[in-house]
Every structure is written in structure tokens, then in C-alpha cells.
Design a protein around this ligand. Structure first.
Ligand SMILES: Nc1ncnc2c1ncn2[C@@H]1O[C@H](COP(=O)(O)OP(=O)(O)O)[C@@H](O)[C@H]1O
Ligand SMILES: [Mg+2]
Length: 445
């Protein structure tokens, strides 16, 4: 959150905006400060007299009203817009006493368009885009994640294809959504397709559609993702799994901007931006003949590399607290922070499943924990995690073994039988190794 000497006009969101709301305001040029009672208590943002408060009365209305009252004391002229919804208890006296003072009330599921119009109606200067002040797009403060956010901002408005690389759970899909949200295409569809999850015989039809009677079972025309996402963004996850024939058709989309439904010989113009992601080394796949070289070069014009969590020094605790806060808000669990040994264990662990694994472990720990502070046991992490061991020969061997099994699991899409076959060991051994190295399979998948 930006703070301090801020004098420019800004929006103070009292409550917790969704990612879309937050991005949407930033994109519209509003410097956006968040005063989230669940996170910052009654701490008031330093926002200047010309600020406009957006008071989210959809949940935790009382806490929001308390902050608004305080803010109006320090900034008597502050304008505010209320967001209400099905859960707003308008009969609540604390809510009722503020409502008549709202500049505008937006009812129902928040519509970003309505909000932006309401903001524009508040008298005063319109916002100035201040990109360098915008908050980080992805939770985290490490140099790696800051550089990534900067690249996302640079790449978002460019229409070129883009390849996102990174291990599983590093936030590839999240980055793709941010790219779409920050682009001129944001009001159009974002279609996310996992190429690895589609049966090979259905890929073409899913992506490009088919005509009635194109093949047995094609009883009606079907519009594919590329056509229905016209004007928007198509995110092809696990692009390395795309069969070769579909690769050829994808190349045509990128080169000519056209598709053909299966069973049709008419080209249809489509206007989509293609973002692709992979956790496998595509260069290697090209060398092995599994991926078209020309397609690789087309996709690889812009590249984002998602850093593994273990390289994001400082972010692990931040993310862990972020996930705990969010979970606690929904489920009201007792746990609210991490013990110092839990923090040590979090930092020492090597996080093969990256942010996804961190989120899963924190959520489970929040449910299990008996106290306000989460322990290493709640997280199923040992205080001396393998990655944190002394640099003895034994531990070097242990960590090499761990790396090998993680690599193999990834390459086998976390399928135990496949991993066992590749390693030429039994499935039981794979399970034993997972246990030994604290690899929670259900969380890695
Ligand atoms: N920086 C981040 N801040 C908050 N949540 C994150 C972040 N990065 C990843 N996540 C969460 O972690 C999970 C995995 O992210 P995802 O984008 O699906 O990873 P990938 O596609 O690389 O496997 C998602 O639930 C996502 O919301
Ligand atoms: Mg993914």
C-alpha cells in the first residue's frame, strides 16, 4: 500500500476489494488505498483531503462504518460512495445513520462500470494515472516479484503473444489474468484452457469448434474457445501438451488470425491475444520433435518467468499471512498468526508446489490449529527441514534425492505409477520417498 506524503487524489477502499475491483480502479488511473478493518484494524490511510472513500457495506458493514466515521473526522470534506448488497443490514442503526450522507449508493453486485461512473461524478479533478505508485499486482514484496509486476504492466497493453514459464503453483494463471485485466481487452472474455487436461481427440474441437456432422457424435455445431473469446484473451495452459495437429492450427491463428471449425472449409477471422504457459522446458520439447519450432518462436516473443517461491525471499511469510487472513475472514478460525518456529520452518522449506502448496498448507493448518499461533506441526513441517540442513554430505545427498523425486513427480504430472515407472522403483517406494521428504502429494497436484 502506498502511504506517506501522498497528495494526489485517490480512492480509499474501506473493506477488501476483489482483485478485479482493485485492478479496475488502478487501470482507470485511481491511486487506490485499502483500509481493510480485518487486516489493518482501525488504522487510517494517509489519503489527503480530496480523497473519495468507497465504503464496502456488503460485509463487515459495522467495521467499515467505524473507519468511515474516523476518516470523516480527520478529513471533514471527504466524499464517499457506498456499496451495498444482499448482506448489507440497512436496518442496523450504525449503517442507517451514515447512508443519507453518501454521495451515491451502488446496490447489488458491484459493477466496476457503475463505480467508475460514480467516481467520475464526484466534483473535483479526475485521477491522474500514476503507474509508479500502483501497488504490486501479485502479493509479494521480493525483488523477483516486483520485477515481474513491472513486466506484467509493460506487457499487458502489447498485443503480441506471450509465454509464461514457471514451476507448478507459481502463479502462471494469475499472471495471465492480470495481463488480461490490465489490457484494453479487459471487458472481453478471458478463456483459460488447460491443454493437458483435454483428451487428444477433443482438443481441436474445444479450441476451434466443429460443424454438425463433422465426426461421429457431432450432433450439433459447436463454437470453440477461440471463437467465443473473440475480442478477448485465450490462455493456453500446459501448451507443451498440445498435440501436433492442434499446434499447426494454433500457428495459423497466430500468423493469419483465422480459424476453421472442424468439418468446415471456411476461415473465420478471430481477434484474440494468445497467452501460453508451460512448466516443461519447451526448448527441449522442440529438440525432441514434440513441439513445433515455428510455433515456439511465435509464442516466445514476450516471456514472463514466474520465480519459484524458494527464490522469493521475504514473500513466504507475507503470503502465508495473506492466506491466513483471507481464510480467517471466511471461516473465523482461531489461528491468526504463526509462531516463531513456524515462521522459521516456513522459510526453511523448499516449497516444491510453490504458492499453491503454501496456500493449502496454511489453510489446513488454520483448521487444525488449537491456538492463536500456528505451529510447525500444524503446517506439517519439521523445524529442521531438509532444505535447511547443515551442509554435510548426508544432507547434500538427501536434498539431491528430494530434488530428483520432485522433478520426476512433476514430469509425471504427479501420477505415482508413472513416476515409479520412470524411476524404476515400486509405487510403495515413491510413497515412502514422498513421506521422507515431506512431499504432500495432494497439495502438489
Ligand atoms: N502472488 C500471489 N498472491 C496470491 N495468491 C497467489 C499468488 N500466486 C499464486 N497464487 C495462488 O496460488 C494458486 C496457484 O496459482 P496458479 O496461478 O494457478 O499457478 P500455476 O498456474 O503456475 O500452477 C492459486 O490459487 C493462486 O490464486
Ligand atoms: Mg496452472
Amino acid at each position: 500500500m502506498s502511504r506517506g506524503e501522498s497528495t494526489g487524489r485517490c480512492v480509499v477502499w474501506i473493506g477488501r476489494p476483489s482483485v478485479e475491483e482493485h485492478f479496475g480502479l488502478i487501470r482507470a488511473g485511481w491511486r487506490t488505498l485499502v483500509a481493510d478493518p480485518a487486516r489493518n484494524g482501525t488504522e487510517l490511510p494517509e489519503c489527503g483531503d480530496g480523497a473519495i472513500a468507497v465504503v464496502d457495506l456488503r460485509t463487515k458493514a459495522q467495521a467499515a462504518v467505524r473507519i468511515l466515521d474516523d476518516l470523516r473526522q480527520t478529513h471533514p470534506g471527504i466524499a464517499w460512495i457506498g456499496l451495498t448488497g444482499a448482506h448489507t443490514q440497512a436496518a442496523d442503526p450504525s449503517v442507517r445513520h451514515v447512508l443519507p450522507h453518501a454521495f451515491e449508493i451502488i446496490d447489488g453486485p458491484s459493477s466496476l462500470g457503475a463505480l467508475r461512473q460514480a467516481l467520475a461524478r464526484v466534483p473535483g479533478d479526475p485521477p491522474l494515472p500514476r503507474d509508479d505508485d500502483a501497488p504490486s499486482l501479485l502479493t509479494g514484496n521480493s525483488p523477483a516479484i516486483r520485477a515481474l509486476s513491472q513486466n506484467i504492466r509493460k506487457f499487458a497493453p502489447v498485443e503480441l503473444p506471450l509465454l509464461i514459464t514457471g514451476e507448478t503453483g507459481t502463479g502462471k494463471e494469475m499472471a495471465a489474468r492480470a495481463l488480461h485485466q490490465l489490457s484494453a481487452r479487459h471487458a472481453k472474455p478471458f478463456a483459460a484452457i488447460n491443454c493437458g487436461a483435454l483428451p487428444a481427440n477433443l482438443v481441436q474441437s474445444e479450441l476451434f469448434g466443429h460443424e454438425r456432422g463433422a465426426f461421429t457424435g457431432a450432433t450439433a455445431r459447436r463454437i470453440g474457445h477461440f471463437e467465443s473469446a473473440d475480442g478477448g484473451t485465450v490462455f493456453l495452459d500446459e501448451i507443451g501438451d498440445l498435440p501436433l495437429d492442434a499446434q499447426t492450427n494454433l500457428l495459423r491463428v497466430l500468423q493469419e488470425g483465422t480459424i476453421e471449425r472442424i468439418g468446415s472449409c471456411h476461415s473465420i477471422k478471430v481477434d484474440v491475444r494468445v497467452l501460453a504457459a508451460t512448466h516443461v522446458d519447451l526448448e527441449k520439447a522442440v529438440m525432441q520433435g514434440r513441439f513445433r519450432e515455428d510455433l515456439f518462436y511465435r509464442l516466445n516473443v514476450l516471456r514472463l518467468r514466474m520465480p519459484p517461491l524458494r527464490e522469493r525471499t521475504g514473500d513466504i511469510e507475507l503470503l502465508a499471512q495473506h492466506f491466513l487472513d483471507a481464510f480467517r475472514e471466511s471461516y473465523g478460525t482461531r489461528a491468526r498468526a504463526f509462531s516463531s518456529s513456524a515462521r522459521k520452518a516456513l522459510n526453511a522449506f523448499s516449497w516444491p508446489g510453490n504458492v499453491r502448496e503454501l496456500m493449502n498448507r496454511v489453510q489446513r493448518a488454520a483448521v487444525i490449529a488449537d491456538d492463536a499461533l500456528i505451529t510447525p506441526e500444524d503446517l506439517e513441517l519439521s523445524v529442521d527441514s531438509p532444505a535447511g540442513d547443515r551442509d554435510s554430505l548426508g544432507s547434500a545427498r538427501t536434498s539431491a534425492e528430494r530434488e530428483a523425486i520432485v522433478d520426476c513427480l512433476r514430469a509425471s504430472a504427479f501420477n505415482i505409477s508413472e513416476c515409479a515407472r520412470r524411476l524404476r522403483v515400486s509405487r510403495v517406494t515413491v510413497y515412502r520417498l514422498c513421506k521422507k521428504h515431506q512431499l504432500a502429494l495432494d497439495q502438489l497436484r
